[in-house]
Design a protein around this ligand. Structure first.
Ligand code: SAM
Ligand code: SF4
Length: 463
């Protein structure tokens, strides 16, 4: 079943290729109502080029972001379990034909060590990933890895509170098994929604099957999962087409299951070892177009988290935080074992190179200086506010009652346990200011109480 209608997307993009200023204004005003946009409206915004309209778009995206997310920014770190892969995606360093790659599947002990290292940087949520290889590191082993990662604690006795996962499309039976585990969001990127390009990029292996991948989230939601994330790898095909297709995918899920994607990821192609397509991307997305697409997505799906990884440079990351990105990774490594064993030769083991190589501590300090609240919150998923329940709270804006307090309490934990003096000072002042933004008297009082308890050594207090 394909719910991606290429002809329809192309026709709409063509029809709206030169939008009138007045139409742009109408669409931006609709976006401000936080009800989301239709495909034709998304296309109007994607076709904006003049600076005045672009600035209007950026300001609108910022207003929407502030309205829904305030200054919160959720942080996570990726953990790679294995770089074995039987696929040959032309853009990826893990691809089968990259004979220079040193292959490795972490032992459970190694995985625990990686997790401890990440915990010591203050993270509470991780994203677990791996290449696709049924023999060398299959789904059952991944499940053991999940449990191993949850089982460790660091020197402050903190543990990982949420593991999101990004592994190959699973079968119905596998989803049923996965749904019984403690997991956060399950994500798969379609890479490109353009079928002919998809076929070129994925010549062999299970991943060569476009429909199998496209229908992953239908299988997931039909078999017990609640929280799913989608994404496209920008640079493989025309970015406007990919954004329209992402929206079509989101609309399909919303219509069929009454659950939209919890997150949309927007990776851009990065250099990867022996990966010809990554070295010369066929449809490279410029920084300006990238900023535009982030802002358009924020207008189109206001309640969906937008995730940005350390693939992007520190400068671009700074800019797009104001345009709609709500989650970022920090201090990342893309090779199995990369945290504990940071080595000069990591290129032989990593999936792609990173542009932002700052440590988690540096990223956190920098976002605090920009006035954002780094949040390590995992409250929704642990209180069962997932899937439809989450959307029911998010859409009328009710989720905010929990988010800001949880962001402040988790930041407080970070400041107490892991921050240097400068970060602690900036963070403490920010918490004081933001506490005053909590309008509900009872919530404010309880948050103040939690903050005091955390200072005295209690942990994991949340709404
Ligand atoms: N192997 C599984 C799969 O492909 O579905 C799991 C995810 S893979 C480890 C994570 C993602 O990395 C891929 O979906 C792809 O979008 C992205 N990726 C691969 N090569 C990349 C590159 N050169 N630059 C940026 N992202 C890349
Ligand atoms: Fe394997 Fe995933 Fe890389 Fe493709 S993107 S080669 S499936 S790890």
């Amino acid at each position: 079943m394909s719910f991606i209608n290429e002809n329809q997307i192309n026709q709409i993009l063509k029809k709206t290729s030169q939008p009138q200023k007045q139409r742009v204004e109408e669409v931006l005003n609709k976006a401000l109502t936080l009800k989301g946009l239709e495909l034709e409206e998304v296309s109007v915004l994607l076709n904006i080029y003049d600076n005045a309209s672009l600035n209007r778009l950026f300001n609108t995206a910022l207003k929407i972001k502030e309205e829904i997310y305030g200054k919160r920014l959720v942080l996570f770190a990726p953990v790679y379990v294995s770089n074995y892969c039987s696929n040959n995606c032309l853009y990826c360093g893990f691809r089968k034909d990259n004979k220079e790659m040193k292959r490795r599947c972490l032992t459970l002990e190694e995985l625990k060590e990686e997790t401890k290292f990440i915990l010591e940087q203050g993270h509470k949520r991780i994203l677990m990933l791996m290449g696709e290889h049924t023999q060398k590191c299959g789904f059952e082993y991944f499940l053991k890895g999940l449990r191993a990662a949850y089982s460790v604690s660091d020197s402050k006795e903190n543990t990982i509170r949420r593991i999101n996962i990004e592994i190959q499309p699973l079968t119905e039976e596998q989803f049923q098994k996965l749904s019984k585990e403690k997991i956060g969001t399950y994500t798969v990127f379609q890479e490109t929604y353009h079928k002919a390009t998809y076929k070129k990029m994925h010549p062999i292996g299970k991943k060569a099957d476009y429909e199998w991948r496209l229908n992953t989230m239908d299988r997931a939601l039909n078999n017990g999962l609640h929280d799913i994330g989608i994404g496209a790898l920008f640079g493989l095909y025309n970015y406007k087409f990919e954004v329209m297709a992402l929206i079509q995918h989101a609309q399909h899920l919303d219509k069929t299951f009454n659950i939209g994607p919890h997150t949309i990821s927007i990776p851009r192609l990065e250099h990867a070892q022996n990966a010809p397509v990554a070295i010369t991307p066929p449809c490279k997305v410029s920084d300006n177009d990238f900023k535009k697409l982030v802002a358009v997505l924020r207008c189109a799906v206001p309640y969906t988290g937008i995730i940005l990884s350390t693939r992007e440079s520190a400068q671009i990351r700074k800019e797009v935080l104001n345009l709609g990105v709500s989650q970022i990774s920090a201090g990342s490594k893309t090779n199995p074992g990369g945290y504990k064993e940071a080595s000069a030769n990591s290129e032989n083991e990593e999936q792609f190179s990173l542009s932002d190589t700052r440590s988690s501590g540096e990223v956190i300090k920098s976002v605090l200086k920009q006035g954002f609240i780094p949040s390590f919150c995992t409250g929704c998923y642990r209180r069962g506010r997932v899937g439809r329940d989450f959307m029911d709270l998010a859409k009328p804006g009710l989720i905010k009652q929990h988010c800001l307090p949880n962001a402040l309490t988790t930041l407080k934990e970070y400041l107490e346990d892991y921050a240097d003096e400068e970060t602690k000072k900036i963070g403490t002042e920010l918490i004081k200011r933001k506490l005053n933004e909590i309008s509900d008297k009872d919530v404010k009082q309880k948050t103040t109480m939690y903050l005091n308890q955390i200072e005295k050594g209690e942990r994991d207090l949340y709404f």
